[in-house]
Ligand binder design. Structure first.
Ligand code: NAD
Ligand code: DAU
Length: 340
């Protein structure tokens, strides 16, 4: 099988490439990525000389780039990860704000769908998120049939892209499937997201900025479990269907942050409550019954073991995140947290 992976230089995409190349000796992968601030070829260092792996720099919003990669490689399937993925950035004013999210997440997805149709790709997997469902009260879990009620620009653009994928399937018969996963963590996650940011700050004895009261709940899943779920959907998912993928570990942010401090032997006094995120969703929790019963997927990693492995990874690969944090990231950190 020949796979086009979009956004493979990012966090989940790079983990997926490592997973697939290890699991399937016959698979060939083309990684198509624009290398935005979140794309990092260091994430693919271990496979860059693998003859079954090719990197193509390109932007999913640019027609010529997308056409060229489909013309150069006969793809069996597309697994689409490329996106602007950080909620806080989608709340900024200016070109890095919602506009960038609309361009990549909606227009870019449409460009891929059109090109996949022209080139008769056999399967298109769209990697989406539980954020499209909005926020839960204290009870219940998101089902695939839950209403789509996004509350921030990132989530709204992912919902928009989900609708375009659905439309490509219904209008043109494109064999497309959608996955909606909860919060991932693990190796190679950009240190703007909660878990790697807290690990890095704690290691540098800097304050850990917890938004609001820190009682917002997220459903954490180890990235490798998500990758296995995407693989299941790629191989066995039914065209036109949506599959939720969750970690079954929904806990308040403060609990996660305290556990990180404990694993690093750092004091809770590093926690600093800061102004809340506007429109901050209170609670996410996923019901994964459909993928479990129909495709036989099960979460394999428990949260505490996987978090410990993640903390160990960030300790071992300190230069990976220190390099990121020493560049443009400093401007980002000052904008986001400077006056909070
Ligand atoms: P990420 O921000 O780490 O990586 C995104 C990648 O996409 C980067 O390599 C970037 O260079 C690339 N990219 C961005 N714009 C592009 C463009 N116009 N053309 C080509 N490449 C472009 O993201 P992630 O956390 O790995 O998330 C991957 C996907 O999974 C996203 O679609 C996201 O919505 C979804 N998702 C993420 C999570 C999570 O917890 N991180 C959970 C559920 C779903
Ligand atoms: O649910 C899936 C989504 O999870 C994905 O679709 C997104 O791409 C991914 O970024 C993630 O979104 P969140 O907004 O939930 O993730 P983030 O890591 O930014 O924040 C997790 C929680 O921690 C959230 O309640 C906000 C809070 N937080 C985050 C940061 C960065 C803090 O309290 N302090 C922080 O500094």
């Amino acid at each position: 099988m020949k796979l086009l992976i979009t956004g493979g230089a990012g966090f989940i995409g790079s983990n997926f490439i490592h997973y697939m190349l290890t699991e399937y000796p016959d698979i060939q992968i083309v990684n198509f990525d624009a290398l935005t601030y979140a794309g990092n070829l260091e994430n693919l260092g271990p496979v860059e000389r693998n003859p079954r792996y090719t990197f193509v720099k390109g932007d999913i919003t640019v027609e010529a780039d997308v056409t060229a990669v489909f013309q150069a490689h006969a793809m069996d399937a597309v697994v689409h990860f490329a996106a602007e993925s950080h909620v806080d950035r989608s709340l900024l004013l200016g070109p890095e704000g919602p506009e960038a999210f609309i361009r990549t997440n909606i227009l870019g997805t449409q460009r891929l769908l059109d090109t996949a149709r022209v080139h008769r790709v056999r399967r298109f997997v769209h990697v989406s998120t539980d954020e499209v469902y909005g926020s839960l009260e204290s009870e219940g879990r998101f089902m695939e049939t839950s209403p789509i009620q996004p509350n921030n620009p990132y989530a709204a653009t992912k919902a928009g892209s989900d609708f375009m994928v659905r439309a490509a399937h219904r209008s043109h018969g494109l064999d497309a499937v959608i996955t909606r996963c909860s919060n991932n963590f693990g190796p190679y996650q950009f240190p703007e997201k909660l878990i790697p940011l807290m690990i890095a700050n704690a290691l540098e004895n800097k304050p850990l900025p917890v938004y609001g009261d820190g009682r917002q709940v997220r459903d954490w899943i180890y990235v490798r479990d998500h990758c296995r779920g995407i693989d299941c959907v790629l191989r066995q998912g039914k065209a036109g269907e949506v599959y939720n993928i969750g970690g079954m570990h929904d806990v308040p942010n403060l609990e996660v942050v305290r556990l990180i401090l404990k694993l690093l032997n750092k004091p809770d006094s590093l926690i600093q409550h800061v102004t809340d995120r506007p429109g901050h969703d209170r609670r996410y929790a996923i019901d994964s019954t459909k993928i479990e019963t129909e495709l036989g997927w099960r979460r394999q990693f428990d949260f505490e073991t996987a978090l410990k492995a993640t903390v160990d990874w960030y300790l071992q690969y300190r230069t990976w995140w220190e390099r990121i944090r020493s560049g443009e990231y400093q401007k980002y950190y000052a904008t986001m947290y400077g006056k909070r």
